[in-house]
Design a protein around this ligand. Structure first.
Ligand SMILES: [Zn+2]
Length: 193
């Protein structure tokens, strides 16, 4: 979850440094927001439900927010085109931040990504079932989610640190990644200012 934040942060920071500019915390924070772009509709849905005090869509079917064009490899070129039209000076970091999202969703928590949607509905996942990469049909994915999916995954991974079906270290390492991102953002002016 927080690996997206670190990726966006680093990509925008490297872009500023490559151009010989002193990175500003605001620009790096923007990189974090951009890196979550494929999840924006899901985040907005969660925040809206939180405000309306409705049940959050966080359960064993949370992965369905990855179904669709925004997590597919066809989305970053679309974003590149729109950025080129609107803010061409930022097309490079925006493109790489958005690409990083789907690639990071290939592993860790969740069941992977439909990389070639809408042309293929297969879900790709790294380091799964003893293989480097697997391509699951919608039926195969449904069977796995029914058998191994857990409505309490968020608590087990990030609070109890008890995720038997995942890498046991994922929760603590991901939280540490979030902390590193925040410290990079807040220490930027101290380092380069
Ligand atoms: Zn995602």
């Amino acid at each position: 979850m927080f690996f997206h934040a670190l990726a966006g942060c680093l990509i925008f920071m490297i872009f500023d440094i490559a151009l010989g500019r002193a990175p500003s915390w605001l620009f790096i924070a923007a990189g974090v927001v951009v890196a979550y772009m494929p999840d924006w509709p899901y985040v907005i849905e969660c925040l809206t439900r939180l405000c309306l005090r409705k049940k959050l869509p966080i359960n064993k079917y949370s992965h369905v927010h990855r179904d669709g064009i925004m997590h597919s490899l066809f989305f970053p070129p679309l974003v590149l085109l729109l950025t080129w039209l609107a803010i061409p000076e930022y097309q490079v970091p925006v493109f790489f931040a958005v690409v990083s999202h789907s690639l990071l969703d290939l592993w860790g928590i969740g069941w992977g990504v439909k990389l070639f949607y809408p042309f293929s509905k297969k879900t790709f996942k790294l380091f799964f079932q003893g293989k480097w990469i697997v391509a699951l049909s919608p039926q195969e994915l449904e069977t796995i989610v029914e058998q191994k999916g857990d409505d309490e995954w968020l608590r087990k991974v990030y609070i109890d640190f008890n995720s038997p079906d995942l890498f046991w270290w994922y929760g603590p390492v991901d939280l540490a990644t979030g902390a590193i991102t925040l410290s990079l953002i807040f220490s930027t002016k101290v380092i380069w200012g």
